[in-house]
Design a protein. Structure first.
Length: 289
């Protein structure tokens, strides 16, 4: 009964900064912000009731949930004279910055991606007593931010032979998209998914340059697309453009053929070969050889 009371007392001492019980505590910030593609540091410090501690020590970081979450980093130090050797570093992007022997479990997360926006929990385990294992209960929420970036901008046609412009951008917070350019109808639609936003312009009718602008609290980005619609209704102009060059080529060809034929008919015949003078008829006896 007394042990149960101690456990309940320990649970009552939980705080937002960490967990503390019987001389143990784990301290982490509630939130940390990092920029997409860069690195961020997740701080974690702890205390324990021992004046000296030379047994094996294990530092662990998890994501998603405490105690049962996925382990993304782990290192082990066998003695106070040995550094904490990395045993697990998911995708090799987690590095220990602190010294667990100095009660610091802080790590660095490199090359932040959108999937790194998770809640992180640090844990320390001291060899020996089974109770010498403590973990941050609330953890650290990592927020990944990014300035806007246009990732796709196109013009396409639909089955009803109308044209639309489509712009997709990403950023955190999700950027606001606006279209500018030639006069266009107010027919537009938007969709968003997490940090990505798409906006379409429907029924384009005017030729020209259409510009998509993405803006959030960290910056802005622009992308442009050019639209030129083929007008099949102007059939006379179309026929002229097609047949005039063709007619010119035909006339030139006829002129060349006529010139060749004329040259062949008017050229003088080759001069007859010089006739060999005839010798007077003679008999074998009086013929001069």
């Amino acid at each position: 009964m007394r042990e149960l009371s101690l456990v309940l007392l320990c649970l009552l001492r939980l705080s937002r900064k960490g967990v503390q019980c019987n001389g143990w505590s784990v301290h982490v910030p509630s939130d940390v912000t990092g920029e997409l593609g860069k690195m961020v540091i997740l701080p974690c410090t702890f205390t324990h009731p021992y004046k000296t501690f030379d047994r094996a020590l294990t530092a662990i970081w998890r994501i998603k949930e405490p105690y049962n979450g996925t382990v993304i980093f782990k290192c082990v130090s066998q003695s106070s004279s040995e550094l904490c050797r990395t045993a697990i570093s998911h995708k090799n992007k987690y590095k220990l910055l602190g010294n667990p022997r100095h009660k610091d479990l802080s790590i660095r997360v490199d090359n932040l991606t959108w999937s790194d926006s998770e809640r992180y929990f640090c844990r320390v385990e001291l060899a020996g007593d089974i109770q010498d294992k403590y973990e941050s209960r609330n953890g650290i929420k990592l927020h990944v931010i990014a300035a806007p970036r246009i990732i796709n901008i196109t013009v396409s046609s639909s089955r009803d032979h109308t044209f639309q412009a489509r712009c997709t951008a990403e950023g955190e917070p999700a950027p606001a998209l606006t279209w500018t350019g030639p006069p266009y109808s107010n027919l537009s639609s938007s969709s968003s998914s997490s940090h990505r936003v798409t906006k379409e312009l429907h029924s384009l009718t005017h030729d020209g340059k259409y510009t998509c602008t993405a803006v959030n609290s960290h910056g802005r980005a622009e992308g442009a697309v050019y639209f030129y619609k083929f007008r099949a209704s102007d059939s006379s102009s179309f026929m002229i453009l097609i047949f005039v060059p063709l007619g010119i080529k035909v006339v030139i060809l006829l002129v060349i053929l006529s010139f060749i034929a004329f040259s062949r008919e008017g050229s003088p015949s080759a001069p007859p070969s010089l006739a060999r003078p005839q010798q007077p008829e003679c008999t074998y006896e009086n013929c001069d050889r």
